[in-house]
Structures are given as structure tokens and as C-alpha cells.
Write a protein that binds this ligand. Structure first.
Ligand code: ZN
Length: 150
């Protein structure tokens, strides 16, 4: 049976994308932050395990890195991408399982990887504005803290 979403379709693009982890436990929080916190409705989603961690030069994620770089190049050309929002989240399984990072080292590495990911994106397009955030589980929800990447 067909399902019709009641949300109206708007064809205008916002020229922004976010690179974040595909973890479904924080998917709605990411949407809420991007749409209501940063006022970026209809932003393009680049979601995969580890998110920006796949742009930080880890050999374990070499194939994903190529894929995400290709996707961002496409979005710059086809969607006129002007802004990229990078989000890391607390307790990411990609860091624990794929990279084998100890829990106590994880957040620091995730923050450092935001800087590395921003550098990679600037190689795709030097005109794109890049914002970076770390999502923490706090009482009452998920808090998005800006991370300096300069
Ligand atoms: Zn994750």
C-alpha cells in the first residue's frame, strides 16, 4: 500500500550539507539541531558510520573517505553546496569498533578528526564554509557544542 507523507515538498535548495554518523539513536537529534538550531531546513544528508571520522585519514576507512569526498564534490557541483556542518557524537561505535579506540581517548580523537575532516573538505572546495560540532548526551537530550577547527 502506498503511503503519502503530509510534509509539503519544497524544491528550493538551502545549499548546506551535514556529514554525520548514521547511528539512528541520534538521527532525530541531528535533524532537530540542523533544522531548528542552525535554521537549515532541507539540508543534504551525508550519513555513514563514523561521519566526519571517515574524512580524517584513518586507513581503516580509506574506501569510505574516497566515497564521501566524491559525494561532497557532487554536492558542490550539482547542489551548489556552500556550507558543510560536521558532527561527531559521544560513544560512536565506529571509533570503538572499527578504529578500536579506548573510551577515554575517544572524544579527544573525535575532536581532532573534525580539524582533519575540515582540511580534507577545503581540498574539495576552498569556498565552502565549514562548521563543526560535538554532540553530547546530557540530561534531557543531546547537546551540540561548537568545536573550533581553525
Ligand atoms: Zn556513530
Amino acid at each position: 500500500m502506498a503511503y503519502t507523507s503530509p510534509i509539503p515538498y519544497v524544491s528550493e535548495r538551502i545549499h548546506a550539507a551535514s556529514v554525520y554518523c548514521s547511528d539512528g539513536r541520534v538521527g532525530e537529534h541531528f535533524d532537530d539541531f540542523l533544522q531548528n538550531g542552525l535554521h537549515l531546513p532541507r539540508y543534504d544528508r551525508v550519513a555513514l558510520p563514523g561521519g566526519p571520522g571517515c574524512l580524517a585519514g584513518h586507513t581503516e576507512a580509506r574506501l569510505e573517505e574516497e566515497g564521501v569526498i566524491g559525494e561532497l564534490k557532487f554536492l558542490v557541483d550539482a547542489h551548489g553546496l556552500e556550507r558543510v556542518v560536521l558532527i561527531q557524537h559521544e560513544g560512536c561505535a565506529f571509533y570503538a569498533r572499527r578504529l578500536g579506540v579506548e573510551p577515554q581517548r575517544m572524544a579527544a580523537l573525535q575532536r581532532a578528526d573534525l580539524v582533519r575532516a575540515a582540511f580534507q573538505i577545503r581540498r574539495v572546495s576552498s569556498d565552502v564554509e565549514i562548521l563543526a560540532y560535538f554532540a553530547m548526551n546530557v540530561r534531557g537530550g543531546v547537546q551540540f557544542e561548537p568545536v573550533p577547527i581553525e
